[in-house]
Design a protein around this ligand. Sequence first.
Ligand SMILES: *[C@@H]1O[C@H](CO)[C@@H](O)[C@H](O)[C@H]1NC(C)=O
Ligand SMILES: *[C@@H]1O[C@H](CO)[C@@H](O)[C@H](O)[C@H]1NC(C)=O
Length: 312
Amino acid sequence: MRLLSSLAVTAALFLPSYAAPFLKARQATAASIYKLPGSAWIENLVVRPNGQLLLARLDVPELWSYDPATKAGAKVAGFTDALSLTGITEVSPDVYAVVTGNFSTRGFSVKAGSWAVWAVDLTGTTPKTTQVKLVPESGFFIGIAPLDKNNVLIADAAKASLYTMNLDTSAYSVVLTDASMKAPAQGSLVEGVHGLKYQNGTAYFTNTFGGGFYKVPVTLDSATGKVTAGKPTEIAALTMAEDFILAPDGSGSYYVAQPNANSITKISADGKSSKAATATSCSSVAFGRGANDKNMLYIATTNGAVFSASIA
Ligand SMILES: *[C@@H]1O[C@H](CO)[C@@H](O)[C@H](O)[C@H]1NC(C)=O
Ligand SMILES: *[C@@H]1O[C@H](CO)[C@@H](O)[C@H](O)[C@H]1NC(C)=O
Protein backbone atom coordinates (compact mmCIF):
# COMPACT_ATOMS: atom_id res chain seq x y z
CA MET A 1 0.00 0.00 0.00
CA ARG A 2 2.70 2.46 1.02
CA LEU A 3 4.78 1.52 -1.97
CA LEU A 4 1.84 2.06 -4.31
CA SER A 5 0.95 5.46 -2.88
CA SER A 6 4.55 6.64 -3.01
CA LEU A 7 4.73 5.50 -6.66
CA ALA A 8 1.56 7.48 -7.36
CA VAL A 9 3.14 10.60 -5.84
CA THR A 10 6.32 10.10 -7.85
CA ALA A 11 4.29 9.61 -11.03
CA ALA A 12 2.30 12.78 -10.34
CA LEU A 13 5.53 14.77 -10.07
CA PHE A 14 6.65 13.63 -13.46
CA LEU A 15 4.13 15.44 -15.58
CA PRO A 16 5.37 15.73 -19.15
CA SER A 17 6.48 19.36 -18.76
CA TYR A 18 8.65 18.48 -15.76
CA ALA A 19 9.81 15.15 -17.10
CA ALA A 20 11.00 16.36 -20.48
CA PRO A 21 14.29 18.01 -19.40
CA PHE A 22 15.35 14.91 -17.43
CA LEU A 23 14.66 12.36 -20.12
CA LYS A 24 17.01 11.37 -22.87
CA ALA A 25 15.83 11.74 -26.46
CA ARG A 26 12.57 9.83 -26.84
CA GLN A 27 13.04 6.36 -28.22
CA ALA A 28 10.32 5.07 -30.53
CA THR A 29 8.98 1.54 -30.31
CA ALA A 30 9.52 -0.27 -33.58
CA ALA A 31 6.66 -2.55 -34.65
CA SER A 32 7.17 -5.54 -36.93
CA ILE A 33 4.99 -4.97 -40.01
CA TYR A 34 6.17 -7.58 -42.52
CA LYS A 35 8.30 -10.71 -42.83
CA LEU A 36 9.48 -12.12 -46.15
CA PRO A 37 8.84 -15.86 -46.59
CA GLY A 38 11.69 -18.26 -45.72
CA SER A 39 15.11 -17.22 -44.43
CA ALA A 40 15.41 -13.94 -46.29
CA TRP A 41 17.94 -11.13 -45.83
CA ILE A 42 17.01 -7.54 -46.73
CA GLU A 43 20.12 -5.46 -47.39
CA ASN A 44 18.51 -2.17 -48.36
CA LEU A 45 15.17 -0.47 -48.91
CA VAL A 46 13.72 2.64 -50.56
CA VAL A 47 10.19 4.06 -50.64
CA ARG A 48 8.45 4.50 -54.00
CA PRO A 49 6.53 7.67 -54.89
CA ASN A 50 3.32 5.60 -54.42
CA GLY A 51 4.29 4.75 -50.82
CA GLN A 52 5.28 1.12 -51.39
CA LEU A 53 8.61 -0.11 -50.05
CA LEU A 54 11.18 -1.73 -52.36
CA LEU A 55 13.26 -4.37 -50.61
CA ALA A 56 16.66 -5.40 -52.04
CA ARG A 57 17.45 -8.99 -51.00
CA LEU A 58 20.96 -10.26 -50.35
CA ASP A 59 20.02 -13.96 -50.09
CA VAL A 60 18.57 -14.15 -53.62
CA PRO A 61 18.90 -11.74 -56.60
CA GLU A 62 15.37 -10.43 -56.17
CA LEU A 63 13.67 -7.10 -55.60
CA TRP A 64 10.47 -7.29 -53.53
CA SER A 65 7.82 -4.76 -52.66
CA TYR A 66 5.74 -4.26 -49.54
CA ASP A 67 2.69 -2.03 -49.50
CA PRO A 68 2.02 -0.56 -46.02
CA ALA A 69 -1.55 0.30 -47.15
CA THR A 70 -2.61 -3.22 -48.15
CA LYS A 71 0.03 -5.05 -46.04
CA ALA A 72 0.89 -7.21 -49.08
CA GLY A 73 4.37 -8.18 -50.23
CA ALA A 74 5.36 -9.46 -53.69
CA LYS A 75 8.36 -10.10 -55.91
CA VAL A 76 8.91 -7.21 -58.34
CA ALA A 77 11.90 -8.40 -60.40
CA GLY A 78 14.70 -10.97 -60.57
CA PHE A 79 18.24 -10.40 -61.86
CA THR A 80 20.50 -12.69 -63.89
CA ASP A 81 24.18 -13.62 -63.42
CA ALA A 82 24.17 -12.71 -59.71
CA LEU A 83 23.27 -14.22 -56.34
CA SER A 84 22.47 -11.00 -54.49
CA LEU A 85 21.31 -7.41 -54.49
CA THR A 86 22.99 -4.84 -52.26
CA GLY A 87 22.32 -1.12 -52.89
CA ILE A 88 19.26 0.54 -54.38
CA THR A 89 18.51 4.21 -55.03
CA GLU A 90 15.88 6.20 -56.95
CA VAL A 91 17.50 8.20 -59.78
CA SER A 92 14.33 9.81 -61.22
CA PRO A 93 10.66 9.33 -60.27
CA ASP A 94 10.08 5.54 -59.96
CA VAL A 95 13.32 4.70 -61.79
CA TYR A 96 16.03 3.02 -59.72
CA ALA A 97 19.67 2.00 -59.90
CA VAL A 98 20.32 -1.37 -58.26
CA VAL A 99 23.61 -3.08 -57.40
CA THR A 100 23.90 -6.84 -58.07
CA GLY A 101 26.72 -9.31 -57.52
CA ASN A 102 27.81 -12.50 -55.84
CA PHE A 103 27.61 -12.51 -52.06
CA SER A 104 26.96 -15.74 -50.21
CA THR A 105 24.82 -15.25 -47.10
CA ARG A 106 25.77 -18.84 -46.14
CA GLY A 107 29.54 -18.63 -46.54
CA PHE A 108 29.78 -14.88 -45.89
CA SER A 109 32.00 -14.54 -48.94
CA VAL A 110 32.16 -12.00 -51.73
CA LYS A 111 33.21 -12.60 -55.33
CA ALA A 112 35.36 -9.77 -56.62
CA GLY A 113 34.60 -8.80 -60.21
CA SER A 114 30.96 -9.95 -60.01
CA TRP A 115 29.39 -6.54 -59.24
CA ALA A 116 27.13 -4.71 -61.65
CA VAL A 117 24.69 -1.81 -61.79
CA TRP A 118 21.18 -2.31 -63.22
CA ALA A 119 18.47 0.19 -64.09
CA VAL A 120 14.95 -0.71 -62.90
CA ASP A 121 12.11 1.29 -64.43
CA LEU A 122 8.78 0.94 -62.61
CA THR A 123 6.95 3.72 -64.49
CA GLY A 124 5.29 1.31 -66.95
CA THR A 125 2.73 -1.47 -66.46
CA THR A 126 5.49 -4.10 -66.10
CA PRO A 127 8.90 -3.59 -64.44
CA LYS A 128 11.74 -3.06 -66.92
CA THR A 129 15.23 -4.19 -65.84
CA THR A 130 18.40 -3.46 -67.85
CA GLN A 131 22.00 -4.20 -66.94
CA VAL A 132 23.98 -0.95 -67.20
CA LYS A 133 27.44 -2.42 -66.63
CA LEU A 134 29.31 -5.27 -64.95
CA VAL A 135 32.54 -3.88 -63.46
CA PRO A 136 35.41 -6.41 -63.65
CA GLU A 137 37.56 -4.32 -61.24
CA SER A 138 34.82 -4.29 -58.56
CA GLY A 139 35.66 -5.71 -55.13
CA PHE A 140 32.35 -5.47 -53.26
CA PHE A 141 29.89 -2.88 -54.56
CA ILE A 142 27.31 -2.05 -51.93
CA GLY A 143 25.98 1.53 -51.42
CA ILE A 144 24.69 3.58 -54.36
CA ALA A 145 23.46 7.19 -54.58
CA PRO A 146 22.48 9.47 -57.48
CA LEU A 147 24.56 12.53 -58.41
CA ASP A 148 21.84 13.42 -60.92
CA LYS A 149 19.37 11.39 -62.98
CA ASN A 150 22.10 9.95 -65.23
CA ASN A 151 25.04 9.56 -62.86
CA VAL A 152 25.49 7.52 -59.70
CA LEU A 153 28.13 7.12 -57.01
CA ILE A 154 28.89 3.56 -55.89
CA ALA A 155 30.68 2.44 -52.70
CA ASP A 156 33.23 -0.37 -53.09
CA ALA A 157 33.49 -1.80 -49.56
CA ALA A 158 36.48 -4.03 -50.41
CA LYS A 159 38.55 -1.43 -52.24
CA ALA A 160 37.94 1.63 -50.00
CA SER A 161 36.71 3.50 -53.07
CA LEU A 162 33.86 5.50 -54.53
CA TYR A 163 33.09 4.90 -58.20
CA THR A 164 30.98 6.98 -60.50
CA MET A 165 28.96 5.50 -63.38
CA ASN A 166 26.98 7.17 -66.15
CA LEU A 167 23.72 5.19 -66.57
CA ASP A 168 23.35 6.24 -70.25
CA THR A 169 26.87 5.57 -71.53
CA SER A 170 27.92 2.89 -68.94
CA ALA A 171 31.21 4.78 -68.51
CA TYR A 172 32.62 4.41 -65.01
CA SER A 173 35.72 5.44 -63.06
CA VAL A 174 37.12 5.65 -59.52
CA VAL A 175 36.39 9.06 -57.96
CA LEU A 176 38.12 8.59 -54.61
CA THR A 177 40.11 6.02 -52.64
CA ASP A 178 40.66 6.99 -49.01
CA ALA A 179 41.74 5.58 -45.63
CA SER A 180 38.36 6.61 -44.17
CA MET A 181 36.74 3.98 -46.42
CA LYS A 182 39.19 1.19 -45.60
CA ALA A 183 38.48 -1.75 -43.28
CA PRO A 184 40.36 -4.74 -41.87
CA ALA A 185 39.19 -8.18 -43.02
CA GLN A 186 36.83 -10.13 -40.76
CA GLY A 187 37.01 -13.71 -41.92
CA SER A 188 36.63 -13.71 -45.69
CA LEU A 189 34.87 -10.32 -45.68
CA VAL A 190 36.23 -6.81 -46.08
CA GLU A 191 33.45 -4.30 -45.47
CA GLY A 192 34.63 -0.70 -45.42
CA VAL A 193 32.60 2.06 -47.08
CA HIS A 194 29.01 0.80 -47.09
CA GLY A 195 25.97 3.09 -46.73
CA LEU A 196 26.06 5.99 -49.21
CA LYS A 197 23.88 9.07 -49.74
CA TYR A 198 24.36 12.26 -51.74
CA GLN A 199 22.79 15.67 -51.29
CA ASN A 200 23.69 19.11 -52.62
CA GLY A 201 27.41 18.62 -53.24
CA THR A 202 28.10 16.33 -50.30
CA ALA A 203 28.38 12.55 -50.18
CA TYR A 204 27.82 10.82 -46.82
CA PHE A 205 29.07 7.32 -46.02
CA THR A 206 29.55 4.77 -43.24
CA ASN A 207 32.56 2.48 -42.86
CA THR A 208 31.22 -0.76 -41.36
CA PHE A 209 34.28 -2.75 -40.14
CA GLY A 210 36.64 0.23 -40.13
CA GLY A 211 34.25 2.43 -38.13
CA GLY A 212 32.98 5.94 -38.58
CA PHE A 213 30.36 8.02 -40.35
CA TYR A 214 31.77 10.58 -42.78
CA LYS A 215 30.99 13.28 -45.31
CA VAL A 216 32.98 14.38 -48.36
CA PRO A 217 32.45 17.11 -50.98
CA VAL A 218 31.68 15.57 -54.39
CA THR A 219 30.84 17.60 -57.49
CA LEU A 220 29.67 16.62 -60.94
CA ASP A 221 30.64 19.08 -63.68
CA SER A 222 27.51 18.99 -65.84
CA ALA A 223 29.41 20.32 -68.90
CA THR A 224 32.25 17.76 -68.90
CA GLY A 225 30.60 14.99 -66.86
CA LYS A 226 33.71 14.86 -64.68
CA VAL A 227 33.24 13.97 -61.01
CA THR A 228 35.69 15.27 -58.41
CA ALA A 229 35.90 14.66 -54.65
CA GLY A 230 37.48 16.47 -51.71
CA LYS A 231 38.73 15.07 -48.41
CA PRO A 232 36.40 13.09 -46.12
CA THR A 233 35.79 14.37 -42.57
CA GLU A 234 34.18 12.38 -39.75
CA ILE A 235 30.66 13.28 -38.57
CA ALA A 236 30.49 10.69 -35.76
CA ALA A 237 32.68 7.83 -34.54
CA LEU A 238 30.10 5.08 -35.00
CA THR A 239 31.04 1.40 -34.87
CA MET A 240 29.53 -1.24 -37.18
CA ALA A 241 27.29 1.25 -38.98
CA GLU A 242 25.50 0.11 -42.12
CA ASP A 243 22.88 2.05 -44.10
CA PHE A 244 21.37 5.35 -43.06
CA ILE A 245 19.08 8.16 -44.16
CA LEU A 246 19.27 11.94 -44.05
CA ALA A 247 16.17 13.22 -42.22
CA PRO A 248 13.80 14.60 -44.88
CA ASP A 249 12.59 17.35 -42.50
CA GLY A 250 15.64 19.55 -43.18
CA SER A 251 16.81 19.28 -39.54
CA GLY A 252 20.24 18.08 -40.64
CA SER A 253 20.00 14.87 -38.63
CA TYR A 254 20.76 11.32 -39.76
CA TYR A 255 19.32 7.92 -38.80
CA VAL A 256 21.89 5.12 -38.97
CA ALA A 257 21.32 1.34 -38.75
CA GLN A 258 23.74 -0.42 -36.38
CA PRO A 259 22.78 -4.11 -36.59
CA ASN A 260 25.16 -5.38 -33.91
CA ALA A 261 23.60 -2.97 -31.41
CA ASN A 262 20.06 -3.73 -32.77
CA SER A 263 19.77 0.03 -32.89
CA ILE A 264 18.78 2.92 -35.14
CA THR A 265 21.03 5.73 -33.97
CA LYS A 266 20.05 9.35 -34.49
CA ILE A 267 22.91 11.77 -35.13
CA SER A 268 21.64 15.33 -34.78
CA ALA A 269 23.04 18.31 -36.69
CA ASP A 270 25.34 19.16 -33.76
CA GLY A 271 26.89 15.67 -33.90
CA LYS A 272 25.19 14.29 -30.74
CA SER A 273 24.01 10.69 -30.98
CA SER A 274 21.04 9.02 -29.31
CA LYS A 275 19.05 5.82 -29.78
CA ALA A 276 16.03 6.50 -32.02
CA ALA A 277 14.60 2.96 -32.19
CA THR A 278 15.40 -0.66 -31.38
CA ALA A 279 15.17 -3.23 -34.18
CA THR A 280 16.92 -6.59 -34.17
CA SER A 281 19.50 -6.99 -36.98
CA CYS A 282 18.56 -3.73 -38.70
CA SER A 283 20.35 -3.14 -42.01
CA SER A 284 18.75 -0.05 -43.52
CA VAL A 285 16.19 2.70 -43.01
CA ALA A 286 13.88 4.94 -45.07
CA PHE A 287 11.24 7.54 -44.24
CA GLY A 288 7.70 7.31 -45.61
CA ARG A 289 6.80 9.76 -48.39
CA GLY A 290 3.05 10.16 -47.87
CA ALA A 291 1.17 12.70 -45.74
CA ASN A 292 0.28 9.90 -43.30
CA ASP A 293 3.70 8.30 -42.96
CA LYS A 294 6.23 11.08 -43.48
CA ASN A 295 7.35 10.70 -39.84
CA MET A 296 7.41 6.91 -40.13
CA LEU A 297 10.83 5.31 -40.24
CA TYR A 298 10.75 1.97 -42.11
CA ILE A 299 13.50 -0.38 -40.99
CA ALA A 300 14.65 -3.47 -42.93
CA THR A 301 16.54 -6.31 -41.28
CA THR A 302 18.95 -9.09 -42.16
CA ASN A 303 16.24 -11.49 -40.89
CA GLY A 304 13.93 -10.55 -43.75
CA ALA A 305 11.66 -8.42 -41.58
CA VAL A 306 10.42 -4.85 -41.93
CA PHE A 307 9.72 -2.70 -38.86
CA SER A 308 8.19 0.74 -38.58
CA ALA A 309 8.80 3.35 -35.90
CA SER A 310 7.11 6.72 -35.61
CA ILE A 311 9.72 9.47 -35.17
CA ALA A 312 8.36 12.60 -33.48
C1 LIG B 1 27.70 -15.63 -59.68
O1 LIG B 1 27.65 -16.95 -59.20
C2 LIG B 1 26.92 -17.84 -60.03
C3 LIG B 1 26.84 -19.19 -59.31
O2 LIG B 1 28.08 -19.60 -58.88
C4 LIG B 1 27.60 -17.93 -61.37
O3 LIG B 1 26.85 -18.76 -62.23
C5 LIG B 1 27.69 -16.53 -61.99
O4 LIG B 1 28.39 -16.56 -63.19
C6 LIG B 1 28.36 -15.57 -61.03
N1 LIG B 1 28.26 -14.23 -61.58
C7 LIG B 1 29.31 -13.46 -61.81
C8 LIG B 1 29.03 -12.13 -62.42
O5 LIG B 1 30.47 -13.78 -61.53
C1 LIG C 1 23.47 23.66 -50.87
O1 LIG C 1 24.82 24.01 -50.63
C2 LIG C 1 25.08 25.39 -50.75
C3 LIG C 1 26.59 25.59 -50.65
O2 LIG C 1 27.14 24.90 -49.59
C4 LIG C 1 24.29 26.14 -49.69
O3 LIG C 1 24.53 27.52 -49.77
C5 LIG C 1 22.81 25.83 -49.87
O4 LIG C 1 22.07 26.41 -48.83
C6 LIG C 1 22.54 24.35 -49.89
N1 LIG C 1 21.17 24.07 -50.25
C7 LIG C 1 20.40 23.20 -49.60
C8 LIG C 1 19.03 23.01 -50.15
O5 LIG C 1 20.79 22.56 -48.63
